[in-house]
Ligand binder design. Structure first.
Ligand SMILES: [Zn+2]
Length: 211
């Protein structure tokens, strides 16, 4: 029996191999994409489209590979005891996600901060946590809270702040077609609920200075 608490080797550090597709799922999804092409009035048999169903199926598996990644495990793999108790900020993390209403991309920047309470985490892990949640079907509001909650529950810091600014293709390309509108969401815990700390964070992420 496999020990369910012990992930397989490839996931031991929170990674799942994202270039490994599930062939059975690819085949089934490709059949649906083939039907969709016909429904759209296309000829799925024409040269340029012959391999499209398989490509779409693989692309969708890649774009949702966050389901097979454990973000808390990513953090736990690089947590260190440290007495530093000042704000740690990782700014302008690229975000690429799919809205769950249209399965169209939304993308932009995330800014994440925390104030350590005995533990810090390797800085490169923060963007990977963002990615683990972004590479799923999402709404921007929940993505923001998922990231906040994961850091809060795993690192147990004095506070967490997450701000995401994103453009949604379902707004830009269809519907209201407002091409330059950006949605901003934010989520805070602990010390970031104090006006002073939050204001400092907001100043630092908008100041344009590179620390
Ligand atoms: Zn949408």
């Amino acid at each position: 029996m496999n020990d369910p608490r012990k992930p397989p080797e490839s996931e031991a550090n929170g990674y799942a191999k994202i270039d490994q597709y599930n062939p059975a799922a690819v085949e089934r999804m490709a059949e649906h994409v083939h039907s969709m092409l016909s429904e759209l009035g296309e000829d799925p048999g024409r040269e340029g489209l012959v391999k499209t169903p398989e490509r779409v199926a693989k692309a969708l598996q890649f774009l949702t590979h966050g389901y097979s990644v454990d973000p808390a495990l990513i953090l736990r793999s690089a947590m260190f005891r440290e007495e530093y108790q000042q704000m740690v900020i990782v700014r302008e993390i690229e975000v690429y996600s799919l809205c769950e209403h249209h399965m169209l991309p939304f993308f932009g920047k995330a800014h994440v901060a925390y104030i350590p309470n005995g533990h810090i985490v390797g800085l490169s892990k923060i963007p990977r946590v963002v990615d683990a949640f972004a590479r799923r079907l999402q709404v921007q509001e929940r993505l923001t809270m998922d990231i906040r909650n994961c850091i809060e529950e795993t690192l147990k810091p004095l506070g967490v702040a997450v701000v995401i600014e994103a453009q949604h293709m379902c707004m830009v390309m269809r519907g209201v077609q407002k091409q330059h509108s950006i949605a901003t969401t934010s989520a805070f815990t602990g010390e970031f609920n104090s006006e002073k700390t939050r204001a400092e964070f907001m100043r630092l992420i908008t100041s344009g200075t590179r620390a």
